[in-house]
Design a protein around this ligand. Structure first.
Ligand SMILES: O=C(O)CCC(=O)C(=O)O
Ligand SMILES: [Fe+2]
Length: 375
């Protein structure tokens, strides 16, 4: 007798969907994070972490990071490492070239002391390595708390979960809700925010000059004085080849300022290839976000990136600060100076509130939201 399947194969089976949801809920309510699973000596990962096409480490990537991305001698693209002590005109040119092609660059010899970078990375790592019962107090999906620790903000929306825990908090324009931030890293976060604001002012000035925009410092500041920090902890994964650390996405906002410890993981999509952002001691990584691609009328590129699950015993730690306009209800769209008869606006205007609402209700994995606003 021919077997009848109650549900066509293309439809998810509601029973297994239900079981999956129960497993996710149980894990989420345990508040132990993926770090907690590793600490329990787990050797196989729960099935809801298994990705159909997990990102692989790219064995072809060489750690030679300081290579011109368009050099003929090395056709393989690499993320440029730019010496920030170079003359301004050279920086304008180099940052513009990187932002118009790969959408990512690292800077070295900048004004942020290596000790500040090490301090913030160290104190974030310390938080994730606190005894479980201390850390649990901060585990929540309630974003009104202004600061929250959880595993994957899109845990309930994504097709597969990723092997990563995150502590996220708002920094500006509203003051941080310090009462919801662990005492152990309040001071380090406040200091890091100052450093990020200082270096962002310099980098945003250079990037806007690269577009030929003339703006005062105060006008520029309005573009990026909204700041949200996401700190990520990627513990060892016993089956790293089956899952991801962070699925492919583009960032919201104008610019992302990122520091990472020495453990490799971040990759950028260049054509059909994935290129490592090789950790460089003391470097700060910047990438163009969707809002800058839109405001620059497509001159700067917001590029997909991802993190592979960590196969090493050393945890990977990264700290991203997303810069957005401070006023979420002001209209944003392409800069008027960049619109002409030859180059009409390719995006319509929108508010950041609208953008963010869409960003947080979609699964992280997937295409950039820029296309939603494209004319
Ligand atoms: O962990 C990383 O290096 C990348 C983080 C990232 O892409 C993000 O938070 O948007
Ligand atoms: Fe990102």
């Amino acid at each position: 007798m021919a077997t009848t399947t109650a549900h066509p194969p293309s439809q998810p089976d509601p029973t297994s969907q239900n079981t999956r949801l129960q497993e996710i809920k149980q894990f989420d309510e345990s508040k132990i994070g993926v770090k907690g699973l590793v600490d329990r000596g787990l050797t196989t990962i729960p099935s809801f972490f298994i990705h159909p096409n997990p990102p692989e480490q790219n064995p072809k990537n060489s750690p030679a990071a300081n290579v011109d991305p368009i050099s003929k001698l090395d056709p393989k693209p690499t993320i440029p490492v730019i010496d920030f002590s170079a003359p301004r005109s050279a920086l304008v040119d180099q940052l513009r070239r990187a932002s118009s092609s790969l959408g990512f660059f690292q800077i070295i010899n900048h004004s942020v002391p290596p000790s500040s970078i090490n301090k913030i990375l160290g104190s974030i790592q310390q938080f994730f390595e606190l005894p479980e019962e201390k850390k649990m107090e901060y585990y929540t999906r309630d974003m009104t708390r202004g600061a929250a620790y959880s595993t994957n903000f899109d845990l309930y929306q994504s097709k597969a979960a990723s092997w990563r825990d995150t502590f996220q908090m708002g920094l500006s324009p509203n003051p941080p809700k310090w009462e919801n931030v662990p005492v152990t890293f309040r001071e380090a976060v406040a200091e890091w925010d100052k450093q990020v604001a200082k270096i962002s002012e310099e980098v945003m000035g250079i990037l806007c000059e690269g577009l030929g925009l003339e703006r005062s410092d105060d006008e520029l500041k309005e573009l990026w004085d909204g700041r949200v920090m996401a700190t990520h902890y990627y513990p060892y994964c016993p089956q790293a080849e089956l899952t991801a650390g962070l699925t492919s996405h583009t960032d919201p906002g104008l610019l992302t300022v990122l520091v990472q410890n020495e453990v490799l993981g971040l990759q950028v999509k260049v054509g059909e290839e994935w290129v490592d952002v090789v950790p460089v001691e003391g470097a700060i990584v910047f990438n163009i976000g969707d809002n800058f691609q839109i405001m620059s009328n497509d001159q700067y590129k917001s590029v997909e990136h991802r993190v592979f699950a960590n196969p090493l015993r050393n945890p990977r730690v990264s700290i991203a600060v997303f810069l957005t306009p401070g006023h979420r209800d002001h209209l944003c769209g392409p800069f008027p100076e960049l619109i002409s008869a030859e180059k009409p606006a390719v995006y319509r205007q929108f508010t950041l509130s609208d953008y963010m609402a869409r960003f947080f209700t979609k699964e992280l994995d997937g295409k950039t939201l820029t296309n939603y606003y494209r004319i």
